[in-house]
Write a protein that binds this ligand. Sequence first.
Ligand code: FE2
Length: 259
Amino acid sequence: MIDLHTHILPSVDDGAKDLSESLEIGREAMRQGVTKIVTTPHYLEGEYELSFKELQDRVVALQEEFDREGIEIELLTGSEVYLTADLAKKAKDGKLTTINGTKYLLIEFSMRSMPSYVDDVLYDLNALGYKPIIAHPERYFEIMEDPNILYNWVEGGVLAQLNGGSLLGQFGTKVKETAEILVEHNLVQLIGSDLHSNRYRKECLEESYKALEGLIGDRHKKFLVNTENVVEGKDVEVNPILYKIKSGVFGRFKKALGF
Ligand SMILES: [Fe+2]
């Protein structure tokens, strides 16, 4: 398994606080069968702004510690970029760290209030050749109320990454229900832990994939393939999005026949 979204690098953001916690996370991830971890510290101007080179140095340093400790996990560079109106310019200026040097860029924005310029920024990034991945869509208030927002993005070539913990109820009932709706309608293609520590928000991919399998059976394997393709910079084939209907918050989508 590959964990696509983690805050495992020590002392760079609100994730692992020190090296010993990063090592604990690594040991637990290895126990669960994780073989690669993309390190995705927050990138937010004025708060977390490490350059690619600085991140790469930290990844190399942590990899050396993993190797020394016998933690058989390959660490890859990445970041979780906070969406701002000028994000396309930042991308052009080479300020953003993509997933493992590919064109895939993990993006988050405010959970409570979606900026009006999200569509424009995603469009501009696409036009520049980037492939945006929306982190944890199931946690955004607007998407919980209207999953159609995500429908339009995915149709436009954007990918979406579910937090495994959402399926496990870590963020409450409504987030869990939204996560299930998004999975059942092919509106998410990737899963990651978004781990921040080895305590509350810890590695959970083993359990998450089991939950995913419980929900969609063998189709859960597509998530494994998709994640591999992302870290290798290959295209991700998106399953057809299932039909949406207009009325009711959780009745917005109808299942296609044969699903
Ligand atoms: Fe995150």
